[in-house]
Design a protein around this ligand. Structure first.
Ligand SMILES: Cc1cc2nc3c(=O)[nH]c(=O)nc-3n(C[C@H](O)[C@H](O)[C@H](O)COP(=O)(O)OP(=O)(O)OC[C@H]3O[C@@H](n4cnc5c(N)ncnc54)[C@H](O)[C@@H]3O)c2cc1C
Length: 370
């Protein structure tokens, strides 16, 4: 263990929260800064589907898969209800279009040790009795997938950091980063703070913060829109989420989930679909598509959610590790941060505290941009 363990985490989202929580478990002297409230960034816009299905290459699939397996233990440690719901996901094709790809995808992840199976229409109907399945050609049940409420996770992490003796400064914007010898200075709301190590976990703002320390961290803009409802009685009985098939009328399919508190959330395409239309008309069109499958939504109002921006490294893969330009600044930037929060928090904290380099994070080093 390093003796220099005054560590700042910039950003209290689901990822920064998990890193801060795990650091505090390791006994670090942790201070978290967030310019707004905990979990108010991309984490508050997320569909937060915990999955590895469809993710590649193999090492990235494995990282997501391993993280899914850590979620239950992570939530037990947080000791709060953070909306974790398992049950798996059914993805299906209404006709032959796309069904060969879905079948191939299913076979591939089975070989990679993922709990995926073909599901018959009858079994699917038994799982979701209130659903109008409509035309059904081929369905895949990815059984170990779930979802979570990332803002609640981020808040629970902050509570734990404080419980472990750390400090959390909300509404506190980090406006400058400068390096002096072995130390890192942060200017926060006009005040100066000194740390031995700093973690940049500021989501889409990470690029700008990294630039202050001359660290190259290229991102692309990736807007995403979801819509939701007020709490309603359960319409999704057993699954965590569903991926409803594309149709001629609407184009791409929609993904839909229901939380324990009854809120239904939906988004177009898959969870990486890019759109910046956060109008009420768009939210209404999403619920209209869903009504065909869940008639109980007929009288339910769609609530628009403002567009969210995914933290999205330029090559789509996470950025994890100490920066080559500033070896006491650690970067955690990624899409799929909802899925990846437990493993990233755990392994980043290990690397920061011990100086170890974990093999499974090697493909994601910031040095690839230098
Ligand atoms: C529409 C949408 C759908 C998604 N669906 C999924 C999904 O299904 N599954 C999945 O795994 N992932 C999904 N994601 C991605 C996932 O939500 C993100 O990867 C994750 O939330 C990132 O968490 P974070 O903590 O890195 O960033 P954020 O949640 O953005 O947190 C960053 C924090 O940094 C703070 N900050 C920024 N600048 C400063 C500063 N200068 N000083 C202090 N604080 C600062 C912000 O206020 C913010 O709270 C989705 C994202 C979106 C937008």
């Amino acid at each position: 263990m390093s003796n220099s363990n005054r560590i700042a985490v910039i950003g209290a989202g689901v990822v920064g929260g998990s890193v801060a929580f795990h650091l505090s478990e390791f006994g670090a002297d942790v201070t978290v800064f967030d310019k707004n409230s905990a979990g108010s960034g991309a984490s508050s816009h997320s569909f937060a589907w915990l999955n590895a299905f469809g993710k590649s290459p193999r090492h990235y699939f494995d990282l997501n898969h391993r993280s899914m397996e850590l979620w239950t233990r992570f939530v037990e440690k947080l000791g709060k209800d953070v909306g974790l719901r398992w049950g798996g996901v059914v993805t299906y094709c209404a006709g032959s279009e796309g069904s060969q790809e879905l079948l191939a995808q299913c076979r591939k992840v089975q070989e990679w040790g993922y709990a995926a199976r073909l599901i018959s229409r009858e079994e699917f109907a038994r799982l979701e009795p209130d659903m109008e399945i409509g035309p059904f050609e081929l369905g895949v049940h990815t059984m170990s997938e779930g979802h979570v409420l990332p803002t609640k996770v981020a808040e629970a992490c902050m509570d734990k950091v404080v419980e472990h003796g750390g400090e959390v400064h909300l509404n506190s914007s980090v406006d400058d980063i400068s390096l002096e010898g072995d130390e890192v200075n942060l200017e926060v709301n006009g005040k100066n703070f000194v740390f031995d190590k700093v973690v940049i976990a500021a989501g889409t703002d990470s690029t700008q913060l990294a630039d202050m320390a001359s660290i190259k961290l290229p991102q692309r803009i990736s807007p995403g829109v979801v819509a939701r409802t007020a709490p309603i009685p359960p319409i999704i009985k057993n699954l965590s989420s569903l991926y409803l098939p594309p149709s001629d009328e609407w184009g791409n399919g929609i993904h839909i989930r229901q939380d324990h508190d009854g809120v239904v959330m939906f988004g177009a395409g898959d969870q990486e679909n890019e759109s910046d239309d956060d109008s009420q008309e768009y939210a209404d069109s999403l619920i209209e598509r869903a009504i065909r499958y869940f008639p109980a939504l007929s009288d339910v109002e769609a609530i628009r959610v403002p567009v969210g921006y995914r933290p999205m490294p330029i090559d789509g893969l996470p950025v994890l590790g100490f920066a080559p330009e500033a070896t006491n600044i650690y970067i955690t930037l990624m899409h799929s941060g909802a899925t990846l929060a437990p493993i990233v928090g755990n392994l980043s904290a290990l690397e920061i505290m011990t100086g170890t380099k974990t093999d499974c994070l090697e493909p994601y080093r910031p040095s690839r941009f230098k």
